[in-house]
Structure formats: structure tokens, C-alpha cells
Design a protein around this ligand. Structure first.
Ligand SMILES: Nc1ncnc2c1ncn2[C@@H]1O[C@H](COP(=O)(O)OP(=O)(O)OP(=O)(O)O)[C@@H](O)[C@H]1O
Length: 248
């Protein structure tokens, strides 16, 4: 069994009278894509926000390897190797592709406010170069980020996440709005990255999820109704009825 890089145990989150996350446990192993799927409002984005540290759970515990990170704020988790992308693109459109990655690396570094001009900061330039290479964006390094295609912008977001040297990457709908070619490119990118990472993927594109994932967790109304390999999930009668539709 691969090493578990992030483990969340019995997470519950309420918004007033609504239980958005209901006693959910999830493990993210090194070298695997773990997808979380579910109908709208199932609690997927809330779960990602709890894991990344943007939202606190009402109950439950989160570990990164042996460290209990439940009370750690988001920046501390990011420095410990937890990266995330958002449902909507969050790039700086007027800066270059390289500058976006450099800033992501700097923002994650405790010594950001040093006397070195940011453009000459060796570690952030190297982190940006490495991230752009991993994400297949080297050729676009000098381009203005806002002029990239939609798929290119999402790819840049992944590169910005990689610039922080994560070990765990939380991806919230990275394929949203992509055409078939862009989707294929992104799936190939995730497949090429996963051996060094634990990836959590929240995604509505079921073809992509079943193609790329090693493990799938299915949520309905905040609770997990099924968990297992793509084959197990595909053949789970509860999943077919509750999520994929009885016809499928
Ligand atoms: N800040 C908030 N305040 C109150 N309710 C919230 C808040 N954030 C989420 N919710 C509610 O919690 C539930 C889960 O929302 P969440 O966005 O996590 O679902 P989701 O599975 O990501 O949905 P989608 O697939 O549509 O993005 C929904 O009923 C939502 O309205």
C-alpha cells in the first residue's frame, strides 16, 4: 500500500442547520488520483476547502503524514506541501506566465520580504522554471497570462500550484469549460505528475474521472455513499441510482 500523504478522519461541517459534510473520511496516497464525485451541493468544494485550511471543520481531524494539521491555517499547510486550485481561474492576467509562477513560489515562502529584488530571487525563478517545465508550459513562459486559451490558463494554475513544491495537490474542477483536446492534454499532464504527488480531484466530467482516477469517493448530501476503484464505483447499484442515473 502506498504511503498516505493526507488523511482526513470523520470530518463534519455545518452551515447553520445544514450539514454540508457529514462524517467524511478520506485518504490521499502518494502516486494516486483520488476523485471525489457527487451531485451539485454534495459538499465536494466544502471538503476541499476544509482540507486546504480555508474552512474549519466542526468535527474531525486532518493529518499530513503524522502531523495533525487540523488547527493549521492555510498558509502553514501550503508551506507543508498542500497545494490547491480553484473552480474559477485565479491567475494574474496582466502578468506573464513566468511571473505568475514566480509570485506563487514567493507567496509560499517565509522569506518573501528580503532585500533581494523579486525578479532576481533565485529560488522563486528556479521554482517557476521547474513548474512550467512540469506543466508543459515552458514555451509560453514569456506570454501574457490573460492571452492564454482557457485550457492554457487552467494549466497555468496547475503550474502555479507546482511552483510551491507540493506533495498533495487538491484540484477543484480543473477541466471545467475545457474542450475535448484541452481535456486530454490536462489528463495527460495529471497522469505525468501523479507519481510524485497525492492528487485529490473534484470533477464533473465522468469520462475523465473514470479514465484518470485510481480511487473514487462518491458523495450525496454531504455523506459518502461509496468508495473504491473505478470498476467498483461503476458497478455499485447505490451509485447508479443516486448519482449516475438508473439507466446507466
Ligand atoms: N459558506 C456557505 N454558507 C452556507 N452554505 C454553504 C456555504 N458553502 C457551501 N454551502 C452549502 O453547502 C452545501 C455543499 O456545497 P458545496 O459547494 O461544497 O457542494 P459541491 O458538491 O461542491 O457542489 P457543486 O458541484 O455544485 O460545486 C450546499 O448546500 C451549499 O449551498
Amino acid at each position: 500500500m502506498s504511503q498516505i500523504l493526507l488523511s482526513a478522519k470523520n470530518i463534519t461541517r455545518r452551515f447553520g442547520g445544514l450539514t454540508a459534510i457529514d462524517d467524511v473520511s478520506i485518504d490521499l496516497p502518494l502516486g494516486a488520483v483520488h476523485a471525489v464525485i457527487g451531485t451539485n451541493g454534495a459538499g465536494k468544494s466544502t471538503l476541499v476547502s476544509i482540507l486546504s485550511g480555508e474552512l474549519a471543520p466542526n468535527e474531525g481531524t486532518i493529518f499530513m503524514k503524522q502531523a495533525n494539521i487540523t488547527a493549521w491555517p492555510q498558509p502553514r499547510r501550503a508551506r507543508a506541501g498542500l497545494g490547491r486550485s480553484y473552480q474559477r481561474t485565479t491567475i494574474f492576467p496582466s502578468l506573464t506566465v513566468h511571473e505568475n509562477c514566480r509570485l506563487a513560489a514567493q507567496a509560499n515562502h517565509q522569506k518573501f520580504w528580503s532585500w533581494t529584488a523579486s525578479t532576481h530571487c533565485k529560488f522563486s525563478n528556479e521554482a517557476a522554471d521547474r513548474a512550467l517545465s512540469l506543466a508543459g508550459l515552458e514555451a509560453h513562459s514569456g506570454r501574457i497570462a490573460g492571452l492564454l486559451s482557457h485550457g492554457g490558463k487552467r494549466q497555468l494554475e496547475i503550474a502555479m500550484g507546482l511552483a510551491t513544491h507540493p506533495t498533495v495537490l487538491l484540484l477543484d474542477e480543473p477541466l471545467a469549460g475545457m474542450g475535448p483536446e484541452e481535456t486530454e492534454r490536462m489528463l495527460a499532464l495529471l497522469a505525468s505528475l501523479k507519481s510524485d504527488l497525492a492528487i485529490l480531484l473534484v470533477e464533473h466530467d465522468m469520462d475523465a474521472v473514470f479514465k484518470i482516477s485510481d480511487i473514487i469517493t462518491v458523495m450525496v448530501n454531504g455523506a459518502v455513499i461509496a468508495h473504491g476503484s473505478p470498476d467498483i464505483i461503476r458497478n455499485d447499484p447505490q451509485v447508479q441510482i443516486a448519482y449516475l442515473g438508473e439507466d446507466e
